[in-house]
Design a protein around this ligand. Structure first.
Ligand SMILES: Nc1ncnc2c1ncn2[C@@H]1O[C@H](COP(=O)(O)OP(=O)(O)O)[C@@H](O)[C@H]1O
Ligand SMILES: [Mg+2]
Length: 238
C-alpha cells in the first residue's frame, strides 16, 4: 500500500443478511489511475462499489479511503471525502431542470478544488447544454445517464466509480459516454469502471480485476490480460 492510494480494500468480507457476497475482496486504486472491475453478473462488482461508498458495511477486512480506515462510515462522509458514485440505474431529480440537477450537486472538492464547474460539465456534454431548461424526466435515457455523470463531476471528486453507465443505451450514446470517460481520465481523476465492454476497458484502464464470487481471480494490466485470453473466455464468456 502506498501513500498515494485513494481507495484500498483488504480482504473484505460483506454480507446481505445471511448471504455471504464478498469473500476477501482486495483492491488498490492509486490516485489518478483507472481500474476496471470485470466479471459475470452476480459476482459482487456492485457490492464492491457499495462497500467503498459505505452503503454496505464490511463484516471483516478493511476499507481505507485516502489513508483513513473507513469501515462503516456514512455514505455522505465517503462522498464528502471525494469519492463520487454513479450507481446502476439513473438517479436524477425528474422534476428539476438539467441546470438545477447540476447546480444542486455543485460543491468544492475535499481539498477546495473547483475544477468542475457548470460550464466545464456542459462542455463535456453538449447535449445537456442544449437541454438546460428541460425537466429531468423529459430527457432520453442516454441524456439522463449523462446528467448523472455530470452531477457526480459537479461534486469535484478525486475518484469516480461508474457502475454499468453505458448499459441499455444506443451505440452512439455509448460512444459519447466512453469519450467522456476518456476525457475524465485524461484530467487525472481516479476511476473504477464496471462495464461489459471489454475492448473499451482494455483500451482505457491501467489495471483490470476479474471478480468471481466476491474475490479477485485476476489482477493486471491490459497486456497481462491480453496474454491470457482464456481468462476472458472463462470468466466473461468472451
Ligand atoms: N440487496 C441485496 N440483497 C440480497 N442479495 C443481494 C443484494 N444485492 C445483490 N445481492 C446478491 O449479491 C451477489 C452479488 O451481487 P452484485 O454485487 O450486484 O453483483 P454484480 O454487480 O457483479 O452483478 C448476487 O448473488 C446478488 O444476487
Ligand atoms: Mg452490478
Amino acid at each position: 500500500m502506498s501513500g498515494n492510494d485513494v481507495i484500498v480494500l483488504e480482504d473484505v468480507h460483506a454480507y446481505y443478511g445471511a448471504s455471504h457476497v464478498l469473500h476477501g475482496m482486495s483492491l488498490r486504486l492509486p490516485a489518478g489511475s483507472c481500474m476496471s472491475l470485470m466479471g459475470r453478473n452476480g459476482m459482487g462488482k456492485t457490492t464492491t462499489l457499495k462497500t467503498i461508498m459505505g452503503l454496505v458495511e464490511p463484516r471483516s477486512g478493511a476499507v481505507t479511503i485516502k489513508g483513513v480506515f473507513a469501515n462503516g462510515i456514512a455514505p455522505n462522509a465517503v462522498a464528502y471525502s471525494g469519492i463520487a458514485y454513479v450507481p446502476e440505474g439513473r438517479e436524477i431529480f425528474p422534476n428539476l431542470t438539467v441546470r438545477e440537477n447540476l447546480l444542486i450537486a455543485a460543491r468544492s472538492g475535499p481539498s477546495g478544488t473547483k475544477n468542475w464547474t457548470l460550464e466545464r460539465v456542459l462542455e463535456l456534454f453538449p447535449r445537456l447544454a442544449e437541454r438546460l431548461s428541460h425537466w429531468g424526466n423529459h430527457l432520453s435515457g442516454g441524456e439522463q445517464q449523462m446528467l448523472t455523470i455530470g452531477r457526480a463531476l459537479m461534486t469535484n471528486p478525486e475518484a469516480l466509480l461508474l457502475d454499468e453507465v453505458t448499459e441499455g443505451l444506443a451505440p452512439l450514446i455509448r460512444d459519447e459516454i466512453w469519450s467522456v470517460i476518456e476525457a475524465i481520465k485524461g484530467e487525472g481523476m481516479a476511476t473504477i469502471i464496471v462495464d461489459k465492454n471489454v475492448n473499451k476497458l482494455m483500451a482505457l484502464a491501467d489495471q483490470h480485476l476479474i471478480v468471481v464470487k466476491g474475490e479477485v481471480v485476476f489482477s493486471g494490466d491490459s497486456a497481462a490480460l491480453a496474454a491470457q485470453p482464456e481468462l476472458l473466455h472463462q470468466h466473461l464468456g468472451v
